[in-house]
Design a binder for this molecule. Structure first.
Ligand code: ATP
Length: 252
């Protein structure tokens, strides 16, 4: 786990400037206020988690960052780029990758074709083949199965494919929505290992999960969302020892 020089874990709060900065993000679906006044920072190359119960607003937060749901936001920055008014397809071009809940791989296409779909916004850079090789190096199983149909992969392999597809756009920050969902404990461990590899490669990660144990293991800092708001923030280590968090989110 990485720590900053001061040993502080401030980036999940309204703390110092970081790579992704979100100020006063709100999402409303008709009469439902799904996300209210959410603000946080993900430092460059850091790993931040968002945990919370069903309906807490986690998925809506990620979709709002990608511009996929109507939102209001006072500030949305990636480094020095103001993303407040950037269109969803251009958010990817600006360096944010997205791995949606439920993976959504194209079962009838090969692994490689699924990966190449992740590169279509970046093909002008002429680096597609090289990036593909880098993804195969990070996830050797995808290289071994490159000609297989994605539908023939196990759930864990499909999750790696979904992550690999997001990497094809060469993001510097990846948003992951419940990558452990529906996976056996052994496959959850594999996903955790793959997140650690991404982190070691210097990518920033924003991980949304209902699996609090996985999130505390994979991240440095965490937000706890309740009813669309940030109820707690802190270092993942501290939160994992908090009696209330242990009772509600770890069932201990
Ligand atoms: P889960 O873990 O179940 O995915 P979540 O924390 O990701 O939950 P959201 O999916 O963001 O929560 O939902 C937040 C609130 O917004 C919930 O009350 C949900 O019912 C509502 N909601 C989500 N999507 C829509 C939609 N498309 N239309 C109307 N209400 C929605």
């Amino acid at each position: 786990m990485k720590t900053d020089q001061s040993g502080q874990h401030q980036e999940a709060g309204h703390g110092p400037a970081g790579d992704l900065r979100v100020e006063n993000l709100c999402v409303r679906y008709g009469g439902v206020q799904a996300v209210s006044s959410v603000g946080f920072t993900v430092g460059a190359g850091r790993c931040v988690g968002i945990i919370g119960a069903n309906g807490a607003g986690k998925t809506s937060t990620l979709k709002a960052l990608m511009g996929l749901v109507p939102r209001s936001v006072d500030g949305l920055w990636l480094g020095d780029q103001d993303l407040t008014k950037v269109k969803p397809k251009d958010i990817v071009r600006h360096g944010i990758g997205y791995v949606p809940e439920g993976r959504h791989v194209f079962a009838g296409l090969t692994v490689e074709k699924n990966l190449l779909l992740g590169a279509y916004l970046r093909s002008w850079r002429g680096r597609t083949r090289q990036v593909l090789q880098e993804v195969y190096e990070m996830f050797p199983v995808l290289g071994e199965m490159q000609h297989r149909l994605a539908g023939a992969l196990s759930g864990g392999q499909q999750q790696m494919l979904a992550i690999g597809r997001a990497l094809m756009s060469e993001p510097r920050l990846v948003l992951l929505d419940e990558p452990s969902m529906g996976l056996s404990p052994k496959l959850v461990e594999e996903v955790l290992a793959s997140l650690q590899r991404l982190s070691e490669a210097g990518l920033g990660l924003l991980l949304v999960e209902q699996n609090a144990k996985l999130t505390f293991e994979a991240t440095e800092t965490c937000l706890v969302m309740e009813n669309g708001k940030v109820a707690m923030t802190g270092s993942s280590a501290d939160l994992s020892h908090d009696p209330l968090v242990r009772r509600i989110y770890l069932g201990l």
